[in-house]
Design a protein around this ligand. Structure first.
Ligand SMILES: [Zn+2]
Length: 280
């Protein structure tokens, strides 16, 4: 491990919770977790673990989920999504929720058949829970999906929302044939500016690596600085600008990319040199 890598590791290990989002997917995840925390604030840990148990009963043993983050996970439909590599932003295109897909499913279709049987099963499983609790759980799901249009008006609609959107059977169906999802079309969700929020938090808490974080530490490197730092680790360490690298996923990735390019170029040169040696 070179000096730069060591330095970054030392700083990031102390700062993990403070890393500025590096991709649109990071922004989405941070925002989504914040919304989930807000939605679940009124429920205690006991209630939450009973709810998770109930939804795992619906899922069946093969599809158990360890937390609500995974249970209500829009990302399971997003394996090849461009947000994994796109820069941080405020707008994300998400796959449609199953409750939207349902509107495009013909009566008597396989989708409707699965959806109806999931709703009936959850209705039985949720039998002992009061309306308020079931509605509260559906609100957590809507928060996790960033669904502003969730039409949860009472027990009945809450159970439909949960059973259809968190259904493992519909996920299997999607994996086998996603044509209904494609027909429904994606939805656009607007995120809060989580980059600004994390920066604000960093400045407020003011401690990183035992030192105060200054506004300057939150400014991204310019393109030529990134190249320079990637090729001159020693000079970078003396530049007085190292703190930002520990804080910023975007700049970490940009520098890593240049270091990789440098390594490739070096290997190509060595290979070409070897070729020449053999020719001589
Ligand atoms: Zn940066």
């Amino acid at each position: 491990m070179d000096a730069l890598a060591k330095e970054i590791e030392k700083m990031t290990s102390e700062l993990d919770q403070y890393l500025l989002p590096g991709t649109l997917m990071d922004c989405f995840e941070i925002y989504r977790h914040g919304q989930m925390r807000k939605a679940s604030a009124g429920l205690n840990d006991n209630e939450l673990s009973w709810f998770l148990h109930m939804l795992n009963e619906l899922h069946g043993a093969a599809d158990r989920k360890d937390d609500f983050d995974l249970m209500f996970d829009p990302i399971m439909y997003m394996v090849h999504h461009p947000a994994w590599t796109a820069p941080p932003g405020l707008k994300i295109e998400l796959p449609p929720l199953n409750t939207e897909v349902l509107k495009h499913a013909e009566p008597g279709s396989r989708f409707r058949e699965i959806a109806e049987s999931e709703v009936a099963r959850l209705r039985t499983l949720a039998d002992t829970y009061p309306d308020e609790a079931v509605i509260g759980l559906a609100a957590i799901a809507a928060a996790a999906y960033l669904d502003n249009d969730a039409a949860i008006a009472g027990r009945r609609s809450a159970i439909c929302y949960l059973a259809i959107n968190a259904s493992a059977k519909l996920e299997d169906y999607w994996a086998a044939d996603d044509s209904l999802w494609l027909k429904t079309g994606n939805r656009i969700v607007i995120l809060d500016d989580v980059v600004a929020e994390v920066k604000e938090k960093l400045l407020r808490d003011r401690i990183a690596n035992g030192e105060e974080v200054k506004a300057n530490d939150l400014v991204c490197y310019k393109e030529d600085e990134i190249k320079f730092f990637a090729f001159n680790a020693d000079k970078f360490l003396l530049s007085g600008k190292t703190r930002h690298l520990a804080l910023c996923g975007v700049c970490q990735q940009a520098i890593a990319l240049w270091k990789e390019k440098a390594r490739d170029a070096e290997e190509r040169m060595l290979a070409a040199g070897g070729e020449r040696l053999r020719l001589n």
